[in-house]
Design a protein around this ligand. Structure first.
Ligand code: FAD
Ligand code: FES
Length: 570
């Protein structure tokens, strides 16, 4: 007979961890007597970071006493107490390899349904004083799982746990956890998982991304954006074959193989990285027709901008520059749904490549080309876009100028591109939206569409993801404090910073953090892939083997260090 052995609750608190303050609810203590379970929480319980924990799908976390025994032996520990694994319910029975997603259980006066395994993160490592814990839970197939509360009611330690319904498809918590995090990702099993209505929308989204992953793409699409491997490793010399003016501020540069060999096709929307001279490395979206023998980038001259100034004033046809292969997952997905391409200023570059791809396919999809610019003088690609749109039977264009000149006539509206303006266009709700422009515009416009339908490209450092870490004043990226290292050089391209590797005892993630380079992470031991970043050149050594390898050309920075000079897309 399965039994509830302890009900554990705890409100989030601040914990000092490696000199930083973490706001976390992972500390739970047993409740004496009855506890009221509600849709979102047990009374007295809370979560520090609702992005990763809590909510209706993750209202109650369950862990088994059998796993306590297992870890006691494996870790050689005898100091465990109820709530040790951050769980609300410590249970006898209900093993991860016996409970199915979608199973329903009556406990006390409440009714529960199993929604998903634990989302592994570093905070369980802090609670356990064992940083490997997020990876161990997955590798040893003992993650624990979440309940959704179907009927609220009181529960207490000692309550019997009665199964009242079997989850469809018979997929256990361990199987579903392994399906996402461990290598393999059997398609038929993923399809079965997607047929379980109780599986939480977050996990369904990850499994759908895995099914949609292009055949050629490696890595784990359920955890990180997937794209085919870069066409070549590191940098290779390409020749500048032409330089063309697109607007008063934007110039295009065509890059070809010096021997005239056609360049590998990039996907519409991808970017490449150029090393203009030592230490001056910048990324630019491809703006030309995907599949052309040469690449085209289009660069806006920024006031005081070192790289764009160099490209506009020094670069000549016939020069060679070092170029890293096109990459990126901001790419036009195949399908028949309507497409909305929205750009602001020089953000038109990747979406223009998408428009080329659609024209090339003679696409019959409904297409909106929405372009914002200051005025006719600063608007790039007007004639090129018009010619492409004319080839597409279901395409419409909408242009807004924020400060039109008196002589401008080729636009539809005066003003900035706002959600209110977009609403007047009656865009179909099922459209896939590709958006690229200044950050403020991207944020405002993205909010006007359903989250899963908007894809954005960022022309700079991506937003950091540091779950549970209390905000501290952000400094622009800088060399780490203290004595400079003497190791190989580590370049963070988006942050425009190159520093020597400080030596052993640290990871690339820790170096980036010491430099205030924006980074994304969650588990810090090679499971979650949040830290997966482009390795533009060089090689790394893993200090902990990734549970599932990253895509070719990428690196998990939380568990690696450089083997020589490296360049990272960070
Ligand atoms: C994936 C990706 C795709 C991209 N695609 C494109 C693209 O298609 N086209 C494009 O033009 N760019 C693109 N970019 C941006 C590009 O990589 C560069 O960031 C951009 O060209 C500016 O580089 P810079 O060297 O000219 O400016 P930096 O020297 O890096 O300066 C950055 C900004 O700071 C300002 N600045 C610099 N020094 C000072 C100072 N002393 N005082 C005040 N302000 C200062 C500059 O005006 C500039 O706006 C892309 C970036 C990424 C990551
Ligand atoms: S932070 Fe999770 S894999 Fe690196």
């Amino acid at each position: 007979m399965a039994m509830l052995r302890s009900v554990n609750v705890g409100l989030p608190k601040d914990v000092v961890w490696r000199g930083r303050t973490v706001h976390t609810g992972v500390w739970k203590s047993p409740v004496d007597g009855a506890a009221m379970v509600r849709r979102l929480n047990i009374d007295g319980d809370g979560q520090g970071d609702l992005g990763g924990h809590g909510g209706e799908q993750r209202a109650v976390f369950v862990y088994q006493l059998e796993s306590y025994e297992y870890w006691r032996e494996f870790l050689g520990r005898d100091d465990f107490e109820f709530g040790q694994f951050g769980e609300n319910f410590t249970v006898d029975g209900l093993a991860d390899d016996e409970v199915h997603i979608g199973d329903r259980y009556r406990i006390g006066a409440a009714l529960f349904e199993v929604t998903q395994p634990r989302v592994t993160c570093y905070r369980v490592g802090i609670r356990m004083n064992e940083p490997r814990m997020p990876a161990l839970l997955v590798q040893h197939r003992r993650p624990g799982f979440y309940f959704r509360v179907l009927e609220e009611g009181e529960v207490r330690a000692g309550d019997e746990i009665v199964k009242v319904a079997d989850g469809p498809e018979g997929l256990t918590v361990s199987e579903v956890d392994g399906l996402l995090y461990l290598p393999g990702h059997d398609r038929a099993t993923i399809e079965r998982a997607l047929r379980i209505p109780a599986l939480s929308p977050g996990w369904q989204g990850s499994f759908r991304a895995m099914l949609d992953q292009p055949e050629s793409a490696g890595g784990n699409a359920g955890l990180a954006g997937a794209a085919p491997p870069p066409a070549w490793a590191g940098f290779r010399a390409l020749r500048v074959t032409a330089i063309e003016r697109e607007s008063s501020t934007i110039t295009s540069v065509r890059l070809a193989d010096p021997d005239g060999v056609p360049l590998p096709a990039a996907l519409a929307g991808q970017f490449l990285t150029v090393r203009l001279r030592s230490g001056l490395v910048r990324s630019y979206s491809l703006s030309g027709r995907p599949g052309d023998a040469a690449y085209r980038i289009s660069v806006k001259r920024e006031p005081h901008g070192v790289g764009s100034e160099y490209l506009h004033t020094h670069l000549r046809a016939g020069d060679t520059v070092d170029v890293a292969a096109p990459r990126g997952s901001f790419v036009l997905a195949p399908g028949s749904s309507p497409v909305v391409l929205i750009s602001g200023g020089v953000g038109a570059t990747p979406v223009l490549a998408m428009l080329h791809a659609l024209a090339e396919q003679r696409s019959t999809r409904r297409i909106w080309w929405v372009q914002a610019a200051r005025n006719g003088d600063e608007r790039p690609f007007a004639a090129e876009a018009a010619a492409l749109l004319a080839q597409l039977p279901q395409a419409r264009s909408y242009v807004c100028y924020s400060r039109p000149r008196p002589q401008d006539t080729d636009y539809d509206v005066t003003g900035h591109l706002t959600p209110a303006l977009l609403r007047t266009l009656d865009l179909p709700p099922d459209a896939d939206v590709y958006l690229c422009g200044p950050t403020a515009m991207e944020e405002a416009v993205a909010a006007a569409f359903p989250a899963g339908k908007v894809h954005t490209e960022v022309f700079g450092a991506r937003a950091a993801l540091t779950p549970g870490i209390s905000a501290k004043p952000s400094r622009p990226p800088h060399a780490p404090d203290g004595e400079p290292g003497t190791g190989p050089s580590v370049s963070f391209v988006r942050s425009d910073l190159t520093v020597p590797w400080p030596g052993d005892g640290t990871s690339l993630l820790e170096l980036a953090e010491a430099c205030d380079v924006p980074v994304r992470w969650s588990c810090r031991v090679g499971v979650c892939h949040n830290c997966e970043s482009g390795l533009l050149s060089g090689e790394v050594t893993y200090t902990t083997d990734p549970v599932d390898p990253p895509a070719e050309g990428n690196v998990l920075i939380c568990s690696s260090r450089p083997r020589g000079d490296i360049v990272l897309d960070l």
